[in-house]
Design a protein around this ligand. Structure first.
Ligand code: F6R
Length: 245
């Protein structure tokens, strides 16, 4: 695993954007796995800046997002469709037909997940998967205790994740209770992983994920077994991990 420790959030965002743009420049037809949440916002902003400068071209890029809430209208401010439009897709020349996110309004979310697995296969797999990480070590919406062998599937969100995400909704009651997420197996099949972490509040989870046992109780710990992980974090998030090195 390659680890980049950066001074702060901004530097983490720039480093992650460097890595993702190198991928796109070296392979313009890359299939990029994208994440939402607060962590990658600065990275997307940096990518947009480089696109506007003429340094990046998304014409042939294909994207697959990690996850989406069940039942939230794609135009809802908190839907991951809306997030991707606002932070990246609306600002770069990616072909909308080349972007993929599970359909939050699918009548049958389980069938939607099956279809999503087919989409990833037909694209030839994911070249690089961007990940953030929850305080409980979740990646995507793979919560502690979820089976490692799953591909895209429907999950019930834990109370902790509902509480954590409620900051984006008017009240915890408005947070959807289910989501569709790529499973650990889908994530592990990506050729490269780019894990981004920021903030002291993540330091404990990061340290446990990379120094403790590989266990479904801490989903990110599975990344210890992936052959090509790049961890980019600010020094606050990596403080405890680096103490062990
Ligand atoms: C987002 C996702 C989640 C987040 C995680 C961290 O697509 O799948 O696993 O990466 O919840 O969220 P933030 O970045 O808001 O701390």
């Amino acid at each position: 695993m390659k680890i980049y420790v950066t001074e702060d959030y901004q530097a983490m965002s720039r480093k992650a954007a460097n890595i993702l743009s190198a991928q796109i420049i070296l392979k313009p037809t890359s299939v990029v796995g994208l994440a939402t949440g607060s962590t990658p916002v600065g990275m997307y902003k940096q990518l947009v800046t480089w696109y506007e400068k003429g340094d990046l071209d998304f014409t042939a890029v294909k994207s697959v997002n990690l996850d989406e809430y069940v039942g939230l209208d794609p135009t809802h401010e908190q839907s991951y469709h809306h997030f991707m439009q606002t932070h990246l897709f609306d600002h770069v020349n990616i072909n909308p037909a080349n972007t993929n996110i599970p359909d939050s309004l699918a009548a049958d979310p389980k069938a939607e997940c099956e279809w999503y697995n087919q989409v990833i296969r037909q694209l030839g797999g994911i070249d690089i998967q961007v990940l953030g990480m929850g305080h409980n070590g979740h990646i995507g919406f793979n919560e502690p205790g979820d089976a490692f062998e799953l591909e895209t599937h429907v999950v019930n969100l834990t109370e902790r994740t509902i509480q954590a995400n409620s900051r984006f909704f008017s009240s915890p009651d408005d947070v959807p209770r289910q989501a569709m997420t790529m499973g650990i197996k889908s994530i592990m099949m990506a050729r490269k992983i780019l894990l981004m972490v920021s903030g002291e509040d993540k330091a404990d989870a990061v340290m446990r994920a990379f120094t403790g046992p590989v266990t479904p109780q801490l989903p990110a710990s599975i990344l210890q077994l992936h052959p090509y992980v790049t961890l980019v974090g600010d020094k606050a998030a990596l403080s405890k991990l680096m103490e062990t090195k």
